[in-house]
Design a protein around this ligand. Structure first.
Ligand SMILES: [Zn+2]
Length: 55
């Protein structure tokens, strides 16, 4: 599955076990991306706020 980086347009390849809500990093521009959908594959720029999600 492949999505398109909303920032630079590069193709983002999803791993087979990629799930909605997962964070990925664009290999082209380094932007942190959040998987908003896996079918169809779609990513959006992750929120930039410094949020601590805990462990
Ligand atoms: Zn990018």
């Amino acid at each position: 599955m492949k999505a398109e980086c909303p920032v630079c347009g590069a193709e983002i390849e999803f791993a087979e076990d990629t799930v909605q809500g997962e964070l990925l990093e664009c290999s082209e521009c380094g932007t942190e991306l959040e998987v908003v959908s896996t079918d169809p594959p779609k990513v959006e720029e992750a929120p930039q706020e410094e949020e601590d999600w805990g462990q």
